[in-house]
Ligand binder design. Sequence first.
Ligand SMILES: Nc1ncnc2c1ncn2[C@@H]1O[C@H](COP(=O)(O)OP(=O)(O)O)[C@@H](O)[C@H]1O
Ligand SMILES: N[C@@H](CCOP(=O)(O)O)C(=O)O
Length: 356
Amino acid sequence: MSERSFTISVPATSANIGPGFDVVGLSLSLYLTLKVTITPPTQSTPPRPPVLTYTGEGADEVPLDAYKNLTTRVALYLLRCHDIPKFPTNVSIHVDNEIPFGRGLGSSGAAVIAGVLLGNELGQLNLPQTRLLDFALMVERHPDNVTAALVGGFVGSYLRELDQAATEAASVPLSEVLPEYPPDAGEDWGLDPPQPPLGIGHYVRFGWSKSIRAVAIIPRFELSTATAREVLPLEYSRKDLVFNLQRLAVLTTALAQEPPDPELIYEAMKDRIHQPYRKTLIPGLPEVTSRITPETHPGLLGICLSGAGPTILALATDGYEKIAEDARAIFREKGIEVDWKVLTVVGGSSVKKTEV
Ligand SMILES: Nc1ncnc2c1ncn2[C@@H]1O[C@H](COP(=O)(O)OP(=O)(O)O)[C@@H](O)[C@H]1O
Ligand SMILES: N[C@@H](CCOP(=O)(O)O)C(=O)O
């Protein structure tokens, strides 16, 4: 057996794009990259868990213990589901991450997809993309980020209605899907891991106008997705649901038209399902989304919360700097500093074998 080496690359994502809560996602040009090397065991190299090194966003907080790190725990979940109880010996993983944590740019979705791809490679499982998505959806249970991160582009997805048995299989607590593996437990993890039902997630890729860029205005504070979901109601009025459905139906096609129509898109990126409830967690959100318009900022198409926030996503064909700097000024009035980046819509995740 010879040394194997490969690179996994997963893009950031922006979910929702206004009205498409838990439905649509967009893959963007910031990357989580894993460089992986597997050295064959020799008599003098005793088995060891993967060695993880990490640079970039989150480097000061991410666990480097392979049994605690989100990406490697997801990889181990895949391996265990295929009767492989532990990591192969002598795996080295260097992670470089450009996706900021807890900002609404899909860092956790990217970490989960990286883990699924890592498990698939480590176990040489050759799983099809649809099955990889099933595993990702057992961990991150809203499909918008993980689907866009895996397949790339502007994507809409839904979860298949499952029968009783499959619903139970897909509803197991996350702690059973991803236990915090004790490093000294050897191969004895106890319970068989819960297998994902087949074909949970389904998606379609929409068109995307090549002239549209995404300006990400990124506040310098973290907001966990879990916290930003806790403030949402469990029920909505028919009026609010119809408001969002009308806009989402228009938006998915409007963003593919050449040239894109700001009048149509600005209104179609409005939302009544999640943003109004999240404004308590993101000072400045209503002001930024209402004061920056296509009339005040030529080139702007529409503006919304990115994922669960706090990042603001402005879609535009021009005028990127003015949009971002004016958003910065509004956030500053609330005592919040931001960074901003102009991003492009990119393809999905890749795994490339590298020569050693
Ligand atoms: N590359 C990574 N490696 C390990 N854990 C990660 C990575 N990226 C994100 N995470 C975990 O996901 C958390 C952020 O997830 P979440 O609250 O959903 O925000 P986001 O909007 O960035 O996805 C981080 O605090 C961290 O625990
Ligand atoms: N639909 C989800 C998307 C969360 O995205 P993230 O990038 O903030 O993790 C939601 O709005 O809760």
